[in-house]
Design a protein around this ligand. Sequence first.
Ligand code: IPE
Length: 235
Amino acid sequence: LTTVLKIGGSVLTDKASEKALDTESFDRVLETVSHASEDLVLVHGAGSFGHPQAHRIDLKGGTDESVHEVYEAVMELNGKVVTRLEESGMKTFPVHPSSCSYRGDGLKMMTRQVEKALENGFTPVLHGDCVATDNGLGVVSGDTVAARLARELDAERLGMCTSTAVKDGNGDTVEEVREMDDFPSLENGDRDVTGGIPKKVERLLESGEKGRIFGPGSLESFLDGGKPGTLVNPR
Ligand code: IPE
């Protein structure tokens, strides 16, 4: 049983500063991840290791400028994530989308190395990254990487652990989203270079992959096979 889990940068880092971890949350979440029993492919976001840097060079579509600053920051975070998991006894294998994917008509990614590592008992750890595109260099969200992997690996489960599940106007968790029109209030969430929660939902709907969006408090339940948060279930 393969599970693809994306952990949002907001859960691991302090988004108010640059290149700063949310040390308490980082530690708690990765300790929980390290005890996962099923085959797991982990993808993490960038948070303050990538977003502020990408924002400065307006990387949304593709750019001629050097993305070195962004690249260096996400790589640094990936190193910290992998090191923390290894400390808890998890056998990890870092995989960088910049080196095995590009954006043409959608994200194209080689995934055989991920499968091989999984088969041999390693947890592949990918992340949101810089990628080559048709018109320069751009950023790809970890959400897109996760949805792509879920499809390519034919994963049983896809989870997005982010700051919160999808909430309705009353602050209650929305059980299921089938299309963007279901929840016009989603249009108002806060956005960053890769778009915040509304964009996360939109991306999952567009990918055609079914997945759950939930807060960090529900991570353990998700990894134990539970069904927390919001199910995004594309029509
Ligand atoms: C962003 O990835 C990638 C870069 C800015 C390089 P994500 O979109 O997955 O990051 P978070 O989860 O929102 O922080």
